[in-house]
Design a protein around this ligand. Structure first.
Ligand code: NAD
Length: 350
């Protein structure tokens, strides 16, 4: 990796699952992260780090929050389908409109380096049960997109906004991240591998819808962090104004379940795999990481198996801790809303 001077980087969503790990990586590389976050999941994930923080909402972004900022990593907003569908207006305001505002301010401030956490879900191919019998197409960055859900539609809009603004003093890069797995100071248990580990610990049972034949691209959280940091350090002409898929490998859901069950079997814990009916339509897609590897030589460093084993070692076995709603974005969002509407003090749940 190139030796670069310390960069003062605004990390939106820096207190989230990926953001907290990204801040650790930025600090380790000698950079200076400034987190902009509404701290939806609290401040604890950053407590161990010497980072500056701005407690604010992207929807009300102020130009002065960019004072002294030399690069932006944009991760903030709603981060999955259920929360986006739960409040489609908030999703659009946070993921699409706030991105437009942020990009506009970066152009005014002549902030060149800008990374965006987009999602593999923009490929969003739905398959019928019949189609699951063959492997889905391999999507690359040129694949035509037909997003359907509120989340992926807003990500595609944000991507288009960013690319349309590219040029001159603005040199953004878009990362279409696969589904992330792995340990973070702010855990999420609503992501497939992490969910399987939690289900194995709590229920000793993993459910495979329709046998779990669907494909997904996956990547470890530290590799996602690494690629954003690399984007600060590689020559701009290699990445500016481009989209890159970010994944370790494509897996079928049943493979992931077997890797989790196998990792517990080594510890003498038997985990049942239970087949359940397939919904009428399911998501099923694979994507290629060739472009990123060719452009900047990025190679993922943590396999899903290594990550599973590391998480099992780190996680508490206490069921009440693993089942806390704070680890499940949609459960936390609905709980906060209930508390808010019942006039109970919001802060008391952090
Ligand atoms: N985790 C994954 O598997 C995955 C995969 C692909 C893409 N992504 C994208 O990566 C980014 C980070 O995902 P994550 O898993 O860390 O999600 P997360 O939900 O853990 O973190 C999101 C962070 O953004 C903050 N935030 C949300 N709305 C905000 C607003 N209006 N103003 C300021 N801060 C706000 C939250 O408080 C939270 O700290 C998201 O953009 C997500 O769409 C995630």
């Amino acid at each position: 990796m190139a030796n670069t001077a310390a960069v003062r980087v605004l990390v939106t969503g820096g207190a989230g699952y990926i953001g907290a790990v990204l801040c650790e990586h930025l600090l380790k590389a000698g950079h200076r992260p400034v987190v902009l976050d509404r701290f939806f999941w609290g401040r604890a994930p950053l407590e161990h780090l010497a980072v500056e923080a701005i407690a604010g909402d992207l929807r009300d972004i102020r130009e002065e929050w960019l004072d002294g900022i030399e690069a932006v990593m944009h991760l903030g907003g709603l981060s999955n389908d259920p929360t986006a569908e739960y409040n489609t207006d908030a999703n659009w305001q946070m993921n699409a409109i706030a991105t437009e505002k942020l990009v506009g301010l970066c152009k005014v401030r002549k902030i060149r380096r800008f990374t965006f956490a987009s999602s593999a879900s923009v490929y969003d191919t739905e398959s019928s049960a019949k189609e699951l019998e063959r492997s889905p197409m391999m999507c690359d960055e040129t694949t035509a997109l037909t997003p359907r859900g509120a989340y992926s539609i807003s990500k595609v809009h944000a991507e288009k906004t960013i690319l349309a603004a590219a040029g001159g003093d603005f040199a953004p890069v878009i990362f279409r991240q696969g589904t992330v797995y792995g340990w973070s100071p702010r855990m999420r248990f609503d992501l497939v591998v992490n969910t399987f580990i939690k289900d194995a610990m709590i229920n000793r049972r993993l459910f495979l819808h329709g046998g779990g034949w669907m494909w997904r691209p996956l990547v470890d959280v530290s590799d996602v962090a690494r690629v954003h940091v690399m984007a600060l350090e590689v020559p701009l002409e290699k990445i500016a104004g481009q989209i890159f898929n970010v994944l370790e490998e494509n897996y079928q859901i049943r493979q992931l379940a077997m890797l989790v069950a196998g990792s517990f079997a080594i510890k003498d814990m038997h985990i049942d795999l239970v087949e359940t009916p397939l919904p009428a339509l399911v998501r099923n897609y694979r994507m290629s990481n060739a472009k990123l590897s060719k452009a900047i030589g990025f190679t993922p460093s943590v396999s899903v198996l290594e990550s599973i084993q590391a998480m099992i070692e780190k996680l508490p076995l206490a069921v009440e801790e693993l089942a806390h709603p704070q680890y499940y974005n949609i459960r936390w969002m609905t709980l906060l809303e209930e508390i808010h509407t019942s006039q109970r003090p919001f802060d008391s749940i952090y």
